[in-house]
Design a protein around this ligand. Sequence first.
Ligand SMILES: Cc1ncc(COP(=O)(O)O)c(C=O)c1O
Length: 377
Amino acid sequence: MTTQRIYLDYNASTPIDPAVAAAMTPFLADHFGNPSSGHWATAPAKAALEKARGQIAALLGCANDEVVFTSGGSEANNLALKGVYFARRDSGDHIITTRIEHPAIIEPCRFLERLGGRITYLPVDRFGRVDPDDLSRAITPRTILISIMHANNEVGTIQPIEECARIAREHGVLFHTDAAQSVGKIATDVNGLGVDLLSIAGHKLYAPKGVGALFVRRGVTLEPLIHGAGHESGRRAGTESALLAVGLGKACELARDRSSMERVRALRCHFWLGLKSRFGNRIALNGHPTHRLPNTLNVSFIGRVGSEILQQLDGVAGSTGSACHSGRIELSPVLEAMSVAPEVGIGAIRFSLGRGTTREEMDAVAERLSSALAAAS
Ligand SMILES: Cc1ncc(COP(=O)(O)O)c(C=O)c1O
């Protein structure tokens, strides 16, 4: 008998929702027209593109013309950081971010450092949260942008974005947030958050890979990364894919109903309580106990190696917070920034739940963990 495969890596990627696939199908089969041409074949593609833009805008609480389509979260982040840097470098060269950002923020920052930009990487506390006072102290007259992720992909910790964005506004500095992990899981209204730029990634949201968007508040000018014809109001050249836009738009429409997240939160709590009763103080939670994404549980099996445990779980897809480099196990930069002790960090496993997760699956994973840990001891 083969063991049931269980997917608990929704923070890495989500399956395409059947309603999203259904909305996209006509654009695979029939509607091939270029949204920018001026004849009969254009109309369905153009209308679909603008409808999708409206669906994204409705989720984010912004105007349609404040949404720029991109190829995903990485491009949206790159456009925000480099776009502001190149548009504003006459007035400043300093960007503030954090030590726990995704590489799609850290690497563009490193690139800008090579061009002469100055970057401050703010520390976080042991729960992975930034202190807004540290942010205030880091701002200089040369600061042009602050970029702080909304929710962390590894541990799920949610940042005090409203407060940080308010500090940015008081200093006349633009504020960007990488919301790739938070959209669809918690509220991401751009005015509620007070942000000027916000990135989203389709494949974290039950849309396909290869599509995302950047919210750009009216009045904020960016230098495009891709120069060419005037697509996306001159902010990103290249013929738009109505197919992918429709997928992202439909996914955003579905994401406005977050009731499935309450079910997911309850499942995660059930799972955590089950693990606590089985393993007691042999496990530790990584991330903030309350300011945390409803679907994410990053748990350390103290003194064990997370990747070895995962391998023994027979078909459970999750991820670990450490990597093996040249025979040495290294903690992820996120766990390191949170000052997680090495013997705790190497035992970290991230379980990220999603719309398809069931209680039976979570109970089966808890059972398999018990067997794996009993076998190893
Ligand atoms: C927080 C965060 N930002 C950005 C990205 C990159 O998004 P994409 O894969 O769409 O480029 C990811 C994906 O892992 C992410 O988790």
